[in-house]
Design a protein around this ligand. Structure first.
Ligand code: 13P
Length: 349
């Protein structure tokens, strides 16, 4: 199957009542791990690259690795998504390269650190939506600001500093016409999200449910959705790591989100933990080894295991064969003739 639009994957997920994991990559082994997990569980999947990943891997390497994945796994619906685009130009360059969806994170200014005003966010996101939809590419926006920093992108601080206001979310969706919307409900990027198992005081699932009621046609996106499992932390620390005790987003909370409009679930940290733990284990247990394959193979297998587990937990497992790809050209026609419009009616409460 050619690379497909994220919008198609999310529309299908909405029909089926499941979520789709969006897993971050920087290199070939991570793409291989995700594709093997998708094959193992028969799952559609979104692979995403941040600006940091694009700089690390270089666009051409990344794009051709993604084409290889699509070629080697023709049975898997696969979308290639830009994570946290910081400007129109970043999104434009991703679309020109061949990404099938982009995130315009206008919640921050182009420095990727300073919270932007609502008006600034609307203006840049709308510009990206107009450009992208004309080309059949779907767009994720963000309203509210996530906590933490990922690949140098983020306002830092707690996930509760700038949670999403439901009224603003509705207005934002109406004014921009985004396909999907990342909301801030207390999560943050990275391993250090919560100091104990999160409850409603720090992870605002009620807010998510309220936003979904107001925006039933807009697919919601949960960023910062790593669960930071204790067993992955323990492996790292057992083999010389120094992670401090921490909690992520429990899988059951993500599943509650999926019941309430979450269609895209972003996971990066859990895979980083799995990879690092596996590599540390080889280094400590077999210090005589020096062939990178001796530690990259277990690292890749450890990531595959986490991704496959999430695919089952998010419900996307078993759904790869449900549909055939809509071409990007046909997606463009759908945006032009109004069949893909997601705008809510302003004021419809
Ligand atoms: P985690 O750091 O929780 O994996 O979040 C990743 C993410 O949201 C990517 O945008």
């Amino acid at each position: 199957m050619p690379l497909v639009s994220t919008r198609q994957l999310l529309d299908e997920a909405a029909k089926g009542g499941y979520g789709v994991g969006a897993f971050n990559v920087n290199d070939m082994e991570q793409i291989q791990a995700i594709m093997e997990a998708a094959k193992e569980t028969n799952s559609p999947v979104i692979i995403q690259a941040s600006r940091g990943a694009r700089a690390f891997a270089q666009d051409n390497y990344l794009y051709h690795l993604m084409l290889a994945a699509a070629e080697l796994y023709p049975q898997i619906p696969l979308a290639m998504h830009l994570d946290h685009g910081n400007s129109f130009e970043t999104c434009e360059s991703a679309i020109k390269l061949g990404f099938t969806s982009v995130m315009m994170d206008g919640s921050l200014k182009p420095d990727g650190k300073t919270p932007a005003t609502f008006e600034e966010n609307v203006a840049v996101t709308k510009k990206v939506v107009d450009y992208a939809h004309e080309r059949g590419i779907s767009v994720e926006g963000e309203i509210g600001v996530l906590g933490g920093i990922e690949d140098g992108h983020g306002a830092g601080g707690s996930g509760l500093d700038h949670v999403t206001d439901p009224d603003q979310a509705v207005e934002f969706a109406e004014l921009t016409g985004v396909d999907s919307l990342a909301i801030a409900i207390g999560t943050s990027h990275g391993a250090y999200k919560f100091t104990k198992k999160p409850d409603g005081s720090v992870l605002k699932m009620d807010l998510l449910i309220a936003i979904h009621k107001r925006l039933p046609k807009t697919h919601l996106v949960m960023h910062g959705s790593s669960s930071v499992p204790k067993d992955l932390q323990d492996i790292i620390n057992q083999y010389g790591g120094k992670l401090k005790e921490t909690w992520g987003v429990p899988v059951e909370e993500i599943q509650l989100g999926i019941k309430n409009g979450v269609r895209k679930v972003n996971v990066d940290t859990d895979n980083r933990l799995a990879i690092t733990g596996a590599i540390r284990k080889v280094f400590i247990e077999s210090p005589e080894k020096f062939d990178p394959r001796d530690y990259m193979k277990p690292a890749r297998a450890a990531m595959q295991k986490v991704v496959a587990q999430r695919m089952v937990q998010f419900g996307q497992a078993g759904h790869a064969g449900d549909y055939t790809a809509i071409s990007i050209a046909d997606m463009a026609k759908g945006y032009a003739n109004g069949t893909l419009v997601t705008k809510p009616l302003v004021g419809a409460k």
